[in-house]
Every structure is written in structure tokens, then in C-alpha cells.
Design a protein around this ligand. Structure first.
Ligand code: ADP
Length: 617
């Protein structure tokens, strides 16, 4: 086997492999582009196989063979041109001239047995010119695209350029048969290079795709860090759409954001917002199926929306869902008037971009959530600072007002209108003082006060606290064990009982009664305050013990308050090694349960809390 034979054999094997790949693609995704690719490689394979079969059977000189070659050679650049036209429309004049020329050349080959001479020269020039045109068109397309598609286009452009060279050399040997031996080897080398270029372009191996894709992936990741800082998801969507158009060379791209409440995909467009239900259009279908989708003829694949696709000139669509874990965030769509040459690349690129979009949108969501939490904390801090100043400044004049109101009330005749006014003045001043005290308590509690525990009885502490509530005490009954001994911070426990009992009274009908239950429970004590008042909405239950939180059903004008009482109660319970819980039903009533440790007089809290092992060691 000569070197020339070897080169020729390698080229033939690769061309046959490409023919098989093109056939599989045509079966999997029938369309003009896949059909023309198939025909192109079929013609080449046909020429090669026909030559081999003829050589095997000894028909090398049969005129039919030269007719087959002639028609095949004329068809090759024509099919290449059609391929270019399949995804980027070429001028109609060029297509018309190419078609007529191809038919003319083919017919000449069939009808004229030995069309050499001037005719051959014209044919060679025509075929070479078409090949060169197709090669340049691919090159232009390569420049417009990005990543894998760009490299593949470049390879196809090089292959097509070399094809033009091969056709030129063949033409030279036809016109000048003596040049055959010299040109033969050169042609084989160029032919092999061309076949490798086509292989890289039409069926690139996985490792090449990966290495070509890497810069795109890096760019996507680098960009993701900037995109998360955009003001809102729509702005992110806009930028990603621009990127997708640049990366795929498509006519347009759209990101549909999933609106969970309305259960629609929202597409922002130049003519306003567009709502697409899951399952509607190709985009909605990809979202519903949670799988990428491609359609080379949207109007056929989504007939319900055919009119709209036709009106907008959209034929080919690739869509991929944007999903992060279980969270469905939207769908990524690119579209064009014609299907892309390398459909698989576009689908995989859109898949990557949808993944990037998911990452960016989810990160954006989390960042926004964190910023909100920070803002809330800042608001609370500002409120704290402001109220601390106010509370301190208000306390002294308030004490004076209260004192004078009491003196005035005592001095006036109990039944007179002025006495009632003085009494109301005292009550309101007292209420205001309570608010201020509450607030200052919170500030103090935040500064971590040490627990001052002394031996005592929880039942007595509760009774004293209720008795200290003045007239309201009549509506509160204390029940439970006769005594619950332990060590307690007395004033703080009384504050806890008063806070809970006054809430129970405040949020109930003025005639309704309130129950306080005190029980010993092993090393613990429980204190329960039950009312039959307005109750607490479920959404508030977990937030009640936060500072400044007030229930949704607590109208500021009707029920005054700052939302600090329960926060203080929680602090007091925790100071006593315990906790506070609430069960409530709107319109039925609430029960607040405090469970605290009742360390015995002789017990050291540290020992009591230690595990048996630690005590023993
Ligand atoms: P304030 O009563 O000053 O608003 P609290 O911290 O004592 O502050 O209570 C927080 C919120 O919890 C109240 O605004 C109210 O919505 C709800 N709440 C507390 N106790 C009761 C109760 N016994 N019945 C109904 N709602 C209550």
C-alpha cells in the first residue's frame, strides 16, 4: 500500500463515519439543516463508494462512473451553500444562480458523454467559486457566534475552504491530465486535512467540546457574581437575555420568571408584560415538564399558538427550565427564524445558562432576605436608641405629674367632676409610667442582669403581684397548690405575673375573669395565666415574644402598648432557667404557661444543672 493509498483509506473511513453521524442526526431531528448535511456527506460517501466498487469490479473506465463523479462534484458546493442558507438566509439571487448552475452542470454531465475542454473549465471555476463562497459564509457565521458553536463553524469553514482547493486541483487534472501524478499526493494530503476539519466541525469528540466550553463556563461563573448585585430579578433576566443572544447567535432570548401566587410565567417584553401558563407555548411546556425542549418548527409543535409564532416570525425555539433544587424559578428561551446548524450545542448552552440563571436568581433571593433581616435589626436598634433617650428623659417629669395627680385627687371631693378628672389623670400617668418602666426593663435585661434569687413561695409572690394591681385584682383569681417553695427573684417574678395578668385583662372583655394557676412539678414550677379574650392569630404565635411585636388583631387605638411585655416575661423565665409558651385561639382565649426551675434553698444552681457524671467527678 502506497502512502497515497493509506491517506485515501483514512479519509474514506472518516467520511463514512461522518455519513453515519449525519444519518443518525437526520433520523433524530428531521429538518432542512440535518437533511442537507446528510445529503452532503451522502454525496461524498457515494463518490467514494462508487469509485471503490467500480475498482473492485474492474469498471474504473466505465463512463457511468465519471457521470456519477461529475454530478457529485457539482452537488458538493451546492449542498454546502444550502446548508449555510438553512440557518442564515443567503441572497435569493445567489441561491437561484447556484441552483440553476448546479442543474445545468449536472445535466451537462449526464447528457454530454465527454464534456471536457472549455465546458470543464467553466464548471471547475463555478464549483470552486461556490465552495469558496460557502467557506466564507461559514467564517462570517463563526465570527457571530461564541464558544463551541464558533469553533465548530471555524472548522467547517476551513473544511469547506479546503474542499474548494481539492475541487480546484481535481479541475486542474481534468483540464491538464499530465499534471495528475504531481497533484495526486498533494490532493490526498489536503483531502485528509479537510476531512479532519469536517470531523471536528460536524462531530467533535467530547474532550474537544469540553475544552471549548470551558471559557464559556468561566465567563458565566464570573458574571454570576456581578449579576446577583443587580436590583431585581427582572434586571437579572434582561442581562441574561442579552448574554444568551450574544452567545448563541439567536434572534432573541427571553427569561420567564415564575410567579408562584399567580401560577404563571412572567415574560417582560418591549410591548409589556406577557403571562404564560405552565404548559402553554414551548416555554411553558419545558417549564411544566422540567426538561429542556427544542422545536425546529414551533407552529407545528405548539399548534394552539401557531398564529402568534407566525406573526412574530419565530420558527425555532430552545427552552430550558430554571430550577434550583426544588424551587422552580422560571424558564430560559432562545428563538430564531431558522434552526441553528448545531442544535445540540444550543440546547446544551441554554441548559448551562438556565443553570447559571437559577444560581443567580436564588443567590439574589437569599441576599435580599439577609438584607431585610439586617434592615429589621437596624430599625429595632434605632427604635431602641430613640426610646432609651425618651424613656430616661420622661421618667422624672412623669413622676412629678403622677405625684401631683395623686395629691390633687386626694384634695378634691371624691364625687366631683374635677376629682374624676384628677383620677383619670393619675391612671393615665400611671399607665405611661408603666410603659416607660417596661422599656427601661428591656434595656436593663439586654445588659444581662445577674439573677438575684432568694428563698420564697411562688404562690405568695403571685398573690402579692395580683393584689398590687389595684381595682383590676378583683377579676383575677389565683388557684393551684397551697405553696410552691423555691428560690426566686421576687420582684422579677411579680413583674412577670403582672405583665401576663394585665395582658389577659387588657385583651378580654371588661367583665371577663382571668385565672392564674401555680403548681409544683418536680424540680420545676409552672405558672399559668388563662383568659377568655380576643385570642392570638396563628401567624403571630411564634413572634409574640420578640421585641415590639404586636398581634395583627391588636388595634393600636383600642389596646395601647409597645409590644415589650412578653419579651420581658421571656427574659424573666430564662433568668429562672425556664421558658414561656402560649396556646391560643382567636375569639376563644389564650393560656400563657411559664415553666421555671425552683432550685431548693440548699441547692447551688450550677450543681443542679450539672449531669450526674460531672457531680461525681
Ligand atoms: P403589648 O401588650 O404592650 O402590645 P406584649 O409584649 O405584652 O405587648 O404583647 C404582645 C402582643 O401579644 C400584644 O400586642 C397582643 O397582640 C398579644 N397578646 C399578649 N397577650 C395577649 C392575650 N392575653 N390575649 C390576646 N393577645 C395577647
Amino acid at each position: 500500500m502506497t502512502a497515497q493509498d493509506f491517506l485515501s483509506a483514512v479519509s474514506q473511513v472518516i467520511f463514512l463515519a461522518l455519513f453515519v453521524v449525519a444519518t443518525v442526526r437526520l433520523v433524530r431531528r428531521p429538518g432542512w439543516a440535518t437533511l442537507d448535511t446528510f445529503l452532503f456527506f451522502a454525496v461524498i460517501a457515494g463518490i467514494l463508494v462508487a469509485g471503490d466498487i467500480a475498482a473492485l469490479l474492474g469498471f474504473e473506465d466505465d463512463p457511468t462512473l465519471s457521470v456519477v463523479n461529475w454530478v457529485g462534484i457539482a452537488a458538493m458546493p451546492f449542498l454546502l451553500l444550502r446548508l449555510v442558507d438553512d440557518f442564515r438566509p443567503q441572497p435569493i439571487a445567489i441561491m437561484a444562480i447556484a441552483t440553476i448552475a448546479f442543474l445545468g452542470v449536472a445535466l451537462t454531465g449526464i447528457l454530454v458523454p465527454q464534456p471536457w475542454g472549455l465546458v470543464s473549465l467553466v464548471v471547475v471555476v463555478h464549483v470552486v467559486a461556490l465552495g469558496a463562497y460557502a467557506s466564507l459564509a461559514f467564517l462570517r457565521e463563526a465570527r457571530r457566534s461564541n464558544g463551541v458553536t464558533r469553533r465548530r463553524m471555524q472548522a467547517v469553514a476551513i473544511g469547506s475552504g479546503l474542499l474548494a482547493v481539492v475541487l480546484l486541483l481535481v479541475g486542474v487534472t481534468v483540464v491538464v491530465p499530465d499534471a495528475q501524478p504531481a497533484i495526486g499526493l498533494v490532493n490526498q494530503v489536503v483531502g485528509l486535512t479537510l476531512v479532519v476539519a469536517y470531523f471536528v466541525g460536524f462531530a467533535p469528540p467530547a474532550f474537544l467540546r469540553r475544552s471549548w466550553q470551558e471559557p464559556t463556563l468561566r465567563a458565566l461563573l464570573a458574571e454570576a457574581t456581578q449579576l446577583v448585585h443587580l436590583p431585581d430579578p427582572r434586571a437579572i433576566a434582561r442581562r441574561m437575555e442579552e448574554r444568551a443572544v450574544a452567545a448563541t447567535g439567536a434572534d432573541g432570548a427571553r427569561v420567564g420568571l415564575w410567579d408562584e401566587h399567580a401560577a404563571v410565567l412572567l415574560f417582560d417584553g418591549p410591548d409589556g408584560e406577557r403571562r404564560v401558563a405552565p404548559g402553554g407555548f414551548i416555554a411553558g411546556r419545558a417549564f411544566q415538564a422540567q426538561a429542556p425542549m427544542f422545536s425546529s418548527r414551533a407552529e407545528r409543535d405548539a399548534p394552539a399558538h401557531a398564529a402568534e409564532y407566525r406573526a412574530t416570525g419565530i420558527r425555532a425555539i430552545a427552552a430550558a427550565p430554571i430550577t434550583s433544587g426544588d424551587r422552580r424559578l422560571g424558564v430560559f428561551v432562545v428563538y430564531a427564524a431558522r434552526p441553528p446548524l448545531f442544535t445540540d450545542d444550543v440546547i446544551s448552552l441554554i441548559g448551562l445558562m438556565a443553570e447559571q440563571a437559577a444560581l443567580v436568581l436564588r443567590s439574589h433571593e437569599l441576599l435580599r432576605g439577609a438584607a431585610q433581616v439586617r434592615a429589621m435589626a437596624e430599625v429595632t436598634r434605632l427604635k431602641d436608641d430613640f426610646l432609651s433617650v425618651v424613656a430616661h428623659d420622661v421618667r422624672t417629669p412623669l413622676t412629678t405629674i403622677l405625684l401631683n395627680a395623686e395629691l390633687l385627687e386626694d384634695a378634691l371631693d371624691g364625687g366631683s367632676a374635677n376629682a374624676r378628672r384628677a383620677s383619670s389623670l393619675r391612671t393615665e400617668a400611671l399607665r405611661l409610667k408603666q410603659l416607660v418602666e417596661d422599656y427601661l426593663d428591656v434595656v436593663r435585661a439586654d445588659e444581662a442582669r445577674p439573677a438575684r434569687r432568694e428563698p420564697g413561695d411562688l404562690v405568695s409572690l403571685a398573690r402579692e403581684a395580683i393584689d398590687g394591681m389595684g381595682q383590676d385584682a378583683a377579676r383575677v383569681s389565683v388557684r393551684g397548690d397551697a405553696s410552691v417553695a423555691g428560690t426566686y427573684d421576687g420582684p422579677r417574678i411579680q413583674q412577670l405575673v403582672q405583665n401576663l395578668a394585665s395582658n389577659a385583662l387588657k385583651y378580654s372583655d371588661p367583665s371577663a375573669s382571668v385565672g392564674v394557676g401555680v403548681h409544683a412539678d418536680g424540680a420545676d414550677a409552672t405558672l399559668e395565666v388563662t383568659d377568655h379574650g380576643i385570642g392570638i392569630p396563628e401567624a403571630d404565635l411564634t413572634l409574640l415574644f420578640e421585641r415590639f411585636h404586636r398581634g395583627q388583631n391588636t388595634d393600636d387605638r383600642r389596646y395601647g402598648g409597645l409590644g415589650l411585655g412578653l419579651y420581658i416575661c421571656k427574659q424573666i423565665a430564662e433568668e429562672h432557667g425556664g421558658s414561656i409558651h402560649v396556646t391560643s385561639k382567636v375569639g376563644v382565649g389564650s393560656t400563657f404557661t411559664v415553666r421555671i426551675r425552683r432550685w431548693a434553698v440548699s441547692d447551688e444552681p450550677a450543681l443542679d444543672e450539672a449531669t450526674p457524671d460531672e457531680v461525681a467527678s
